[in-house]
Design a protein around this ligand. Structure first.
Ligand SMILES: [Ca+2]
Ligand SMILES: [Ca+2]
Ligand SMILES: [Ca+2]
Ligand SMILES: [Ca+2]
Length: 324
């Protein structure tokens, strides 16, 4: 897994953006609910994990910025009154790299997804000074991350947990070279295995998430949660013009198997979330996970590996004119 990273990706595709959600995803916010919330609000597990990868040759200090870390005021989803606290924690060192530590992915109930060294953490409640603005963790030296030799990159992990309350915390991340502005790091990226996000409150905006299909993958199992029967989820790739997958209703999972064709190996898929016309389903939060045929979780990258996949109509070979 991951041999592609920085090695086989042409320089034109080297990613240069570390906003989470990424700019091609068209997702307004990540979302994590307080642990006393019902899963029917759209968060099945009340925590979310993201990883950042920093190229090994990058020697400067880095910062992880959180936009709107509080749960209150602007952006957040209130239930009754705001009474939610979220713990944000940054981990580095041995144990973080999900290639070497399956538990680090945070997919299995009851396992310790907090593997690694805790570098810093902070609890945010409803606090106006952290409302609709950034809080910055860092600086960190890249070498404080967990070195992944195959990717030639240092890995950091950030966990958001809804430790009290029942409201939804909406927030975003940015991996930056500076503490006070968003300044990206060339070749860095971010990813998760269990994506919980908010849709825009309109009909026209389509959200996208981009899993990478490594060589040897022949099929994947998609699972989506609490889509609220809100329109369609379709998969586009350079080989798929758009296939729709089973969608979940309120507070339930839907899953299906999707076959992968050889031309799709070594590229990203585009999972598109199209809302239903008619009555607007407001504040739709949704969860998505993928596994390959061996049961291994797939990463969703904030900047799609190889770029956004574009369907390529099959080339029609014209038969030769028979000789007379
Ligand atoms: Ca807020
Ligand atoms: Ca509340
Ligand atoms: Ca927030
Ligand atoms: Ca939902």
């Amino acid at each position: 897994m991951f041999s592609f990273f920085l090695l086989t990706v042409p320089s034109v595709y080297r990613v240069y953006s570390q906003s989470v959600p990424g700019k091609d995803e068209n997702i307004p916010f990540l979302v994590t609910f307080g642990k006393e919330s019902k899963t029917s609000w759209g968060d099945d597990d009340h925590f979310q994990i993201f990883f950042f990868s920093i190229p090994r040759d990058f020697k400067e200090q880095i910062y992880i910025r959180i936009f709107d870390p509080d749960t209150g005021g602007e952006n957040d989803e209130i239930q009754g009154e705001f009474n939610t606290s979220c713990l944000f924690s940054v981990y580095g060192g041995e144990g973080v790299d999900p290639d070497k530590n399956e538990d680090s992915k945070g997919l299995l109930q009851g396992v310790n997804f907090k593997k690694g060294n805790l570098l810093v953490s902070k609890i945010f409640a409803s606090e106006s000074r952290y409302d609709n603005t950034y809080y910055t963790f860092g600086p960190f030296n890249p070498t404080e991350g967990d070195l992944n030799e195959k990717w030639n990159a240092y890995i950091f992990k950030i966990v958001c947990e809804g430790i009290t309350g029942d409201d939804g915390n909406l927030y975003k991340y940015f991996l930056s070279r500076k503490s006070s502005t968003d300044l990206p790091i060339e070749g860095a990226n971010s990813f998760t295995y269990d994506y919980t996000f908010r849709m825009w409150n309109d009909f026209k905006s389509v959200a996208h998430i981009y899993p990478y299909i490594d060589t040897g993958i022949v099929s994947i199992k998609q699972r989506n949660f609490d889509w609220d029967d809100d329109g369609t989820i379709i998969v586009v790739s350079k080989y798929k013009q758009g296939i729709s997958v089973p969608i979940s209703k309120d507070d339930e999972w839907a899953e299906s198997k999707i076959l992968i064709e050889p031309p799709e190996e070594g590229s990203s898929l585009d999972f598109q979330f199209h809302k239903k016309e008619g009555t607007l389903i407001k504040n739709n939060n949704v969860v998505m996970t993928l596994q390959n045929q061996r049961g291994e979780a797939l990463e969703f990258f904030s900047s799609p590996i190889g770029g956004v996949p574009v369907y390529q109509a099959k080339i029609v070979v014209r038969p030769l004119t028979p000789k007379k």
